[in-house]
Design a protein around this ligand. Structure first.
Ligand code: SF4
Length: 202
């Protein structure tokens, strides 16, 4: 598998914000989002076997059952089956962060789906049924109608509006858009943050 990095940190976004986690960041993504906050993981990476990844995760895991976040890049562009089987066997709590374009049948505890404007906010219908949370970066393409459509497609998920880290006034723009969406009657929305940027941790 192509791996960009494996590290111990805290989940910086969404409903599990602040939880300690080992991150397995896969390399490679077929999209090119202008606001991508992990451009170093879009391509390249080093080849690692599942056994090698497991050794590194086990070395970094400070206690049994810690959350392992499989992220990227776009992790579902690589076959995760064997890695997920091995991580599950070892008793880790498993999260996946995906743009939602691809589907794999995997035993994952927590699905975080972040649809992207570069893909017209399309997602695989099977991923929609699994999503526990949806993270949307507030950029000009994200309109109230787009949020409404996604909300209809994933009625059970918690929705987070995330500031664009590359925009100077990202938080202000996000706050204003949040008010617009809520005034328009959209339920289940939350304002999001990137905690790791505030704490300056990886
Ligand atoms: S889908 Fe994610 S990893 Fe891929 S380019 Fe967009 S933000 Fe970056």
């Amino acid at each position: 598998m192509k791996i960009a990095e494996i590290f111990l940190s805290a989940q910086g976004e969404g409903a599990r914000m602040g939880e300690p986690a080992v991150f397995v960041r896969l390399a490679g993504c077929s999209l090119r989002c202008e606001f991508c906050d992990t451009p170093r993981a879009i391509s390249g990476g080093r080849e690692m076997t599942v056994a090698g990844i497991m050794r590194e995760v086990s070395r970094l895991a400070p206690f049994p059952g810690i959350q392992v976040v499989i992220t990227g890049g776009e992790p579902l562009e690589q076959d995760l089956a064997q890695l997920v089987i091995e991580l599950s066997r070892s008793g880790f709590f498993l999260s996946v962060e995906t743009n939602g374009l691809h589907y794999q049948d995997l035993a994952i505890h927590w699905w975080a789906v972040a649809p992207k404007p570069a893909a017209g906010y399309r997602t695989d219908p099977r991923i929609r049924c699994l999503a526990h949370e949806v993270k949307l970066v507030v950029v000009p393409e994200l309109t109230v109608d787009v949020v409404k459509t996604l909300r209809r497609q994933m009625p059970r998920a918690i929705f987070y509006l995330q500031p664009n880290a590359r925009e100077k006034n990202g938080c202000r723009t996000t706050g204003e858009f949040f008010r617009q969406c809520v005034s328009d009657g959209i339920r289940g929305l939350r304002l999001g943050l990137q905690l790791h940027r505030i704490y300056r941790i990886p």
